[in-house]
Write a protein that binds this ligand. Structure first.
Ligand code: NZQ
Ligand code: ZN
Length: 392
């Protein structure tokens, strides 16, 4: 096992009606003037925003609101949020919604707490020295942003989607009420389950040494999410399945399933981020669409892990060579994606890139990772292009 740092400072409150505790939690973490940041309107339609503002009113906590964080959240709204916070003297951020609203709130927090252009952090030019404190009420189990150190923002100019990671951005608290996710369209529930699985799979397919405890956690998480994703496909109102998936989402991306390995592969995510930037696809669906092509490109260089995954997670037979077992695991994973109506190639994702666009994505991806990246197998720009081509 490699040395590791595990830092997960977020206070998690999971259960029915836990959003009623939002005012006392903001107080606990020192907030006196709050920016409530949300997405395109689902929290307005569900009545959640109104319940939150009523709770803050009753507690005498001042707030301003800013909606409009779209999936693949945009830099222009982040700038708007930074100005609003400075103008209004905001000292605490409350992200209400999914990864997009939370990530946008984190970016606003970096922009308020640091001078200069906030995009510098996403452009790897410098590191943040702080972030406004942030709390979260989650409405979709997916990104794990409610506990993660990451924030992913898209710059409109050039459609560049980039992530920035810093412990300063980890939320102070996360309110997880599984019932809030019951208004999700089935497609978003499936996208979320895919993303959750992928956060653990990125950490699983590495060249890291012995990771018995971490592997057991990872494999258990993956099996649990798959089982409950199928329950939710057939019974979207199942509370326990919603709760299992929601907690898995937080654990999958708070670092736990990466302890002791070499930090993760992350190339499926990097390849997807270019798709999200260029075609504005849902993140989970984009991941499913490229994963199979990525896996077939790399698995022979990471055979013990792919074999272990095939047997312990996908439950395939142990007959045949290691390569045959690993291949069966990849096929089984793709069958699972199809069973929850996730795409397994770009056509099924609904995009039809030209050769020039494939080359553009490979180039931007290579630039974004600083040339080459990947633990299962190191991928350069030419390899990225091959994977994109294979996923058409
Ligand atoms: O915007 P609203 O109106 O709220 O609608 C959203 C949006 O259309 C809707 N939705 C959310 N909760 C709902 C709901 N609709 C009905 N009922 C509810 N309870 O679902 C749609 C998707 O929401 P979004 O926040 O975009 O989804 P998600 O949580 O998947 O976030 C995706 C973004 O997070 C980034 C992705 O790249 C993408 O930009 N990621 C962030 C990470 C992180 N911060 O750690 C890690 C991830 O790997 C990922 O890259
Ligand atoms: Zn993700």
């Amino acid at each position: 096992m490699f040395d590791f740092k595990y830092y997960a400072p977020t206070k998690v409150i999971l259960g029915r009606n836990t959003e009623e505790k939002v005012a006392e939690l903001i107080r606990e973490f020192g907030g006196t003037k709050v920016l409530i940041h949300y997405g395109g309107g689902s929290v307005v339609r569900s009545g959640l925003l109104q319940r939150v503002t009523e709770t803050l009113d009753a507690a005498g906590i001042a707030y301003v609101t800013l909606g409009g964080a779209v999936p693949n959240p945009r830099l222009s709204l982040v700038y708007e949020g930074i100005e609003l916070c400075k103008r209004e003297g905001v000292d605490f951020l409350l992200g209400v919604g999914g990864g997009s609203a939370i990530d946008s709130a984190k970016a606003i927090g970096y922009g308020v707490a640091n001078d200069g252009d906030v995009w510098d952090f996403y452009d790897y030019k410098r590191k943040a020295a702080g972030c406004l404190p942030l709390g979260v009420i989650l409405t979709i189990a997916a990104t794990g942003s409610e506990m993660s150190d990451s924030s992913v923002i898209t710059k409109e100019d050039g459609l560049i989607k980039r992530g920035y990671s810093s412990d300063y951005g980890r939320p102070r608290f996360a309110i997880l009420d599984p019932e809030l996710t019951m208004t999700l369209p089935d497609y978003q529930t499936a996208c979320g389950c895919t993303d959750i699985m992928m956060h653990t799979m990125e950490r699983y397919f590495t060249q890291g040494g012995n990771m018995e405890i971490t592997d057991a956690l990872a494999e258990g998480l993956l099996r649990t999410v798959m089982r409950n994703a199928l329950i939710l496909r057939d019974d979207p109102g199942n509370y326990d399945a919603r709760a299992e998936v929601m907690w898995a989402g937080s654990l999958s991306h708070n670092g736990l399933t990466g302890c002791g390995n070499d930090g993760g592969d992350w190339m499926t995510h990097k390849l997807e981020h270019e798709l999200g930037g260029l075609y504005d696809v849902a993140h989970g669906a984009g991941l499913a669409a490229v994963w199979g092509s990525w896996a077939r490109y790399v698995y022979k260089d990471c055979l013990p892990r792919f074999k272990k995954f095939a047997v312990n997670v996908m439950g395939v037979s142990k007959e045949g060579t290691d390569e045959e077992i690993a291949e069966r695991g990849i096929v089984a994973m793709e069958e699972f994606f199809r069973s929850i109506k996730m795409p397994t190639n770009l056509r099924e994702l609904g995009v039809d890139p030209t050769e020039e666009e494939l080359a553009e994505m490979a180039h931007k991806c290579a630039v974004g990772v600083g040339g080459a990246k990947g633990s299962a197998k190191l991928l350069d720009e030419a390899a990225m292009l091959q994977i994109y081509r294979a996923s058409v």
